[in-house]
Design a protein around this ligand. Structure first.
Ligand code: ADP
Ligand code: ASP
Ligand code: MG
Length: 395
C-alpha cells in the first residue's frame, strides 16, 4: 500500500472554498495510486471561532495546562469532523480520529508534549477498510489517557510522526505560502521558494523562527527518512522538497534568513565570587530555557523568552549581583549549511546591519548559522538587509 500523509494548515481549512481545494489535493493523490492519511489544523486564525488562539482566549488565567490541552485539542477535532463532511459530500468514505485514537502516545508535558511512540494499528485497520483517515493534528494522549497538545504549530509534527509510523512514501505540508522560502515573505516580498533543502538546514531555520514548519516535524521526518514537501494550496509549483541533500548546500553560503521575536536579554554583573554555576543551575532547575549565552569574568549575558523573564528574575533575585533585564529583543539569523569554514561571513552580516543602522546587542554562531540579537523594532529591517546582502536564492 502506497501511503501519503497530507497536512492542511489552519488557513487552508478555514473556509468551504479552502476545504474544497484540500479535498482536490486528496483526491488527486488517490488518482495517483496513494492511500491518503489527512492531518488537519484548527480552522482559521485568531478571531475565527474555532481557531486555537480563539479557544485560548476562552480559557483566561484560571485554567491550568491540563485543561488548556482539553480545550485546544477541540479545535483540531472540529476541523477533522468538518473535513470528513467535505469528503463525504463527494462520496468518499472516511473516518475522523483524535490524535489519541490515531495512536499518538505522548509524555505528560501538557501544552508542549513530545511524541513517545505511535501505535498505528487503528490507522492500518481503517485504511484496510478503504477509508480516508482524517486525523486531528497537534494532539496526542498519554499512556494514562490524558489528552495533550504538541506545542504551537504541532500539526506538522503529527503529520511527520504518522508518516514515519506508517512508512509513508511522502508527507505533504500544505500551507498559505508556496513553500519554505529564503525569508518570511510577509517581511521580504522578494523571498523565493527553496526547491530542495536538507533536513538539517530546514531544522535550523525552523528552530530559529521560520514558522512555516515545526522543527520537531523535520526531526521526526529525518529520523524516519520520510521526504517532506511543503507546498501552497494554491501554488502551481512543486514547493519545497526536504530530504537528505548533502550536496545542494555547497553552492550557497546562506540559504535563508529567519527571525524570532519576543526575547528578553539578561545582563548579570558581579564582582568577587564567580556566580556562573549557581546562575545556570537555578535557571535549569526552574526549567527556564536560555539562549545566546555569553560568560565573561564578572559578566554573564543570555536571553530568555519574554514570557519567562519574570520567573527568571525571581529565580536569580537574591544572588549578590546586579541584574539588568532588557525587554523587546529579537534574534535575526542567517542560516546556511554552506557557510561552514567560509571566511568573511560575519563581516558581511555586520556590514549589512551597519548599512541600515541596526545595532547588534549580542551574537552567537554555529557551523551553519550566525544569529544577532537586535531590538524588536529593528527585526524587519535587519531581515531585509541580510536577505539583500546574501541575495538568498532558490536553487
Ligand atoms: P499553517 O497554518 O499552514 O501551519 P503557519 O502560519 O504555521 O501556517 O506557517 C505559514 C507562515 O509561515 C507563512 O504565512 C509565513 O508568513 C511564515 N513564514 C515564516 N518564515 C517563513 C519562511 N522562511 N518561508 C515561508 N513561510 C514562512
Ligand atoms: N492549531 C495549532 C496552532 O495554532 C497547531 C497548528 O496549527 O499546527 O498552533
Ligand atoms: Mg503551522
Amino acid at each position: 500500500m502506497r501511503i501519503i500523509v497530507q497536512k492542511f494548515g489552519g488557513t487552508s481549512v478555514a473556509t468551504s472554498e479552502g476545504r474544497e481545494k484540500c479535498r482536490r489535493r486528496v483526491t488527486e493523490s488517490i488518482e495517483q495510486g496513494y492511500r491518503p492519511v489527512v492531518v488537519v489544523s484548527a480552522m482559521g486564525r485568531k478571531g475565527q471561532p474555532y481557531a486555537t488562539d480563539t479557544l485560548l482566549d476562552l480559557a483566561g488565567d484560571l485554567v491550568g495546562e491540563r485543561e488548556l490541552d482539553l480545550l485546544m485539542s477541540c479545535g483540531e477535532i472540529i476541523s477533522a469532523v468538518v473535513f470528513c463532511r467535505t469528503l463525504r459530500e463527494e462520496g468518499y468514505p472516511c473516518v475522523a480520529l483524535t490524535g489519541g485514537q490515531a495512536g499518538i502516545i505522548t509524555d505528560s508535558s501538557h501544552t508542549n508534549a513530545r511524541i513517545l511512540r505511535v501505535v498505528p494499528e487503528r490507522l492500518h485497520r481503517e485504511l484496510a477498510d478503504g477509508k480516508i483517515v482524517v486525523v486531528a493534528g497537534f494532539q496526542g494522549m498519554t499512556a494514562d489517557g490524558e489528552i495533550t497538545t504538541l506545542g504551537r504549530g504541532g500539526s506538522d509534527t503529527t503529520a511527520a510522526a504518522l508518516a514515519a509510523a506508517l512508512k509513508a512514501e511522502l508527507a505533504e505540508i500544505y500551507t498559505d505560502v508556496d513553500g519554505v522560502m529564503t525569508a518570511d515573505p510577509r517581511l521580504v516580498p522578494e523571498a523565493q521558494v527553496l526547491t530542495r533543502v536538507s533536513y538539517q538546514e530546514i531544522m535550523e531555520m525552523a528552530h530559529l523562527g521560520a514558522k512555516v514548519i515545526h522543527p520537531r516535524a523535520v526531526e521526526i521526518a529525518m529520523e524516519g527518512q520520510i521526504p517532506l514537501a511543503v507546498k501552497g494550496l494554491d501554488g502551481q509549483g512543486n514547493g519545497t522538497l526536504i530530504g537528505s541533500y548533502h550536496t545542494v548546500t555547497a553552492d550557497r553560503v546562506v540559504t535563508g534568513i529567519t527571525h524570532l521575536k519576543g526575547l528578553a536579554q539578561f545582563i548579570l554583573r558581579f564582582n568577587d565570587e564567580d556566580l556562573s554555576l549557581v546562575v545556570f543551575q537555578r535557571l535549569g532547575n526552574a526549567q527556564i530555557s536560555i539562549d545566546l549565552i555569553q560568560v565573561n569574568p564578572g559578566l554573564i549575558a543570555f536571553t530568555v523568552l519574554q514570557s519567562a523573564a519574570e520567573k527568571a528574575r525571581n529565580v536569580l533575585g537574591d544572588l549578590p549581583m546586579e541584574v539588568e533585564v532588557r525587554s523587546g529583543f529579537a534574534k535575526v539569523s542567517a542560516v546556511g549549511g554552506g557557510m561552514r569554514g567560509v571566511p568573511g561571513v560575519m563581516a558581511r552580516v555586520v556590514a549589512a546591519l551597519n548599512r541600515v543602522g541596526v545595532r547588534i546587542h549580542q551574537t552567537a554562531d554555529s557551523h551553519t548559522n550566525i544569529s544577532c540579537l537586535v531590538e524588536e523594532s529593528d527585526a524587519e529591517k535587519a531581515v531585509r538587509a541580510l536577505h539583500d546582502e546574501f541575495n538568498a536564492r532558490a536553487k
